[in-house]
Design a protein around this ligand. Structure first.
Ligand code: UDP
Ligand code: MG
Length: 142
């Protein structure tokens, strides 16, 4: 575990369209994570399928990719001590019935699909996901 560990965050189309990005960023920053890269973009099917390729054989894959392409998203790199786990804790669980009070998904999510935010599940996947969205010059890891 590094004090400068990085993780990848995506504010999903449901949260962006409800103008919740400022509130989410405030929660990220007060939780001890630093936003060291950020951009808004609208993903196409190709990018959504590549991003969620790990789920390509799951029954919800098509619906998930359609949702991800339904409007702009905000891609971010977060840095801090134990950033991957720290952000997963702030996000909340995958299943809505397990969303704990105080988590981003509990506060801002709607359901299993429209759950406001994505966060990497390991440092290795964080590096992969960051490399899909950002070039080295765009990440202020200094
Ligand atoms: N998802 C879904 N149906 C499911 C499981 C997941 O629509 O039965 C969506 C949900 O938006 C979730 C994403 O697929 O955030 C990726 O699933 P994963 O298991 O990686 O959950 P996460 O890491 O986002 O908690
Ligand atoms: Mg996941």
């Amino acid at each position: 575990m590094s004090i400068r560990e990085k993780t990848f965050s995506l504010i999903k189309p449901d949260a962006v369209s409800k103008q919740l990005s400022g509130a989410i960023n405030n929660r990220i920053e007060t939780h001890g994570l630093q936003i060291i890269a950020q951009k808004m973009l609208w993903l196409d099917q190709y990018c959504a399928r590549m991003f969620y390729a790990v789920h390509k054989d799951r029954p919800f894959f098509g619906e998930l990719c359609d949702f991800l392409c339904s409007g702009p998203v905000i891609a971010q790199v977060l840095r801090g001590e134990n950033a991957v786990q720290k952000y997963r804790n702030l996000m909340g669980a995958t299943k809505p019935e397990e969303w704990a009070d105080g988590t981003l998904r509990k506060e801002f999510g709607e359901d299993l699909c429209k759950n406001a935010v994505h966060g990497s599940d390991s440092s290795e996947n964080a590096a992969l996901e960051i490399s899909l969205f950002f070039s080295g010059f765009e990440v202020f890891d200094c």
